[in-house]
Design a binder for this molecule. Structure first.
Ligand code: ASP
Length: 429
């Protein structure tokens, strides 16, 4: 079976097993002692252990992979005018897709009215964490200490340092060529490590899902069904509609192979709920399966995982409408325009890790004068939504990578079309 098939199987089996554990725990059909045993040794034991190790093994690759790959990419692009053009196109497309996402979210949410008739939970408390002012976000892009940036996994800073180093290497003549060769070799070695660790994915995904669903019942959806399904519907619309149109119209490419090849990456994003932890898989897929040259992918993928959060913006759009309706506050047209601007900017400041979207939602709500405590109303279903929106987030990154590469002549269309191109799994000879 292909790796994608095995991951899907692991995901489905984990989900069913987790749900069964939860159901048996609640129905008290089995002896409480037995359920206690399952909980201690499996849910909070084996599943937790393997799930955590799996996510850690993905995360451990992120900084070295992004750094080495981007030094190669920036070095290969060489002259800074090309780099500037790619940078502007990429950031422009990321902002455009996010703004589109949130416009669709606001439009659909206003049709569905998910918050009508919702009783705002009396005494709901949600203490918002302070989100940093935008100016600090911008200043912080430039690292004062690249080693610290790497140690802390500050992706934007790592990206800036890698680009500077890559450009310097390209300008350093023979010495540069020698150093570049080292990075090219190193890139191959790290990519091999990605492939090795990926064969472990079906088990990792199984344990993550079983552990999560043993605790997280879908019963939480209850009263929030309208909100939940509105977010899901817009996520699907954007994930399979907007991107397909962009790929077809802007890129002149066939969306079918794109989605087929993105399946495994989406499943990684879904089960880890972290675009950051998914970077190694996204990068590998975009390069070897979709045919985007390293010089583009090494820049667009990590940047996208850090600043491009279409799925998160969709949740924020629907959540804003929901909270406004639940509290009976009319934010008016100017309020909606403000939401589009702040949610687009907030998605830049949202790190690609689980649950951060809710923190930046506080910023959006504050901007339009809605009560931040409203977040307490939707927090119950956020973990489930986080998984789906993260899958949309990474699909957006891959879409923009293909578009930018296509426009720069850096997309191998034969690889893109070839269903068998770039096996994700380690070939065992
Ligand atoms: N979990 C999301 C991501 O990593 C961010 C969020 O929406 O909380 O892309």
């Amino acid at each position: 079976m292909s790796l994608t098939g095995r991951i899907l199987l692991g995901m489905g089996a984990g989900l069913v097993l987790g749900a069964l554990i939860k159901w048996f725990g609640q129905s008290q059909l089995l002896a409480p002692g037995f359920m206690q045993f399952i909980d201690t040794y499996f849910v909070e034991g084996l599943f937790l252990l393997i799930g955590k190790i799996f996510v850690a093994s993905l995360k451990l690759l992120v900084v070295p992979l992004v750094f080495v790959s981007l030094v190669c990419g920036a070095g290969a692009l060489g002259d800074s005018s090309k780099l500037g053009r790619v940078g502007i196109k990429t950031i422009g497309l990321y902002l455009l897709t996010t703004a589109t996402a949130i416009v669709i979210a606001l439009f659909v949410a206003n049709l569905v009215n998910p918050g009508m008739g919702v009783n705002m939970a009396e005494g709901a408390v949600f203490v918002a964490k302070e989100s940093p002012p935008l100016i600090n976000v911008l200043i912080n892009i430039f690292p004062s200490n690249p080693v610290k940036a790497m140690a802390e996994g500050n992706m934007l800073q790592v990206i800036v340092f890698a680009i500077l180093l890559g450009v310097a290497i390209a300008r350093s003549g023979e010495a540069g060529t020698r150093v570049a060769q080292f990075f090219v070799d190193m890139n191959e070695v790290i990519m091999k490590l990605v492939t090795m660790l990926m064969s472990f994915a079906p088990y990792g995904v199984f344990c993550l899902m079983a552990q999560l669903f043993a605790h997280q019942g879908i019963g939480v959806i209850g009263d929030l069904a309208w909100y939940f399904f509105t977010v899901i519907a817009v996520l699907l619309l954007h994930g399979f509609g907007t991107y397909a149109i962009l790929i077809k119209v802007l890129g002149g490419l066939n969306p079918i192979p794109f989605y087929r090849k993105m399946r495994a990456t989406m499943m990684f994003a879904f089960s880890t709920a972290s675009s950051n932890a998914t970077i190694p898989v996204t990068l590998k897929t975009v390069e070897s399966r979709l045919g985007v040259k390293n010089s583009i992918a090494s820049f667009t993928v990590p940047l996208g995982a850090t600043i491009n959060m279409d799925g998160t913006a969709i949740m924020q759009g629907v959540a804003t409408v929901f909270i406004a309706q639940a509290y009976n506050i009319d934010i008016g047209l100017s309020g909606y325009l403000m939401v589009i601007v702040t949610a687009t900017l907030a998605s830049i400041g949202t790190a690609g890790v689980p649950g951060v979207g809710l923190i930046t939602l506080a910023m959006v709500l504050q901007q339009v004068g809605l009560p931040v405590e409203g977040i307490a109303l939707i927090i119950g279903v956020d973990r489930l939504l986080d998984m789906v929106r993260t899958a949309v987030n990474v699909t957006g990154d891959a879409t923009v990578s293909c578009l930018v590469a296509g426009s720069e002549g850096q997309l191998d269309r034969d690889i893109f079309e070839d269903p068998a191109a770039g096996e994700l799994l380690e070939q065992r000879s």
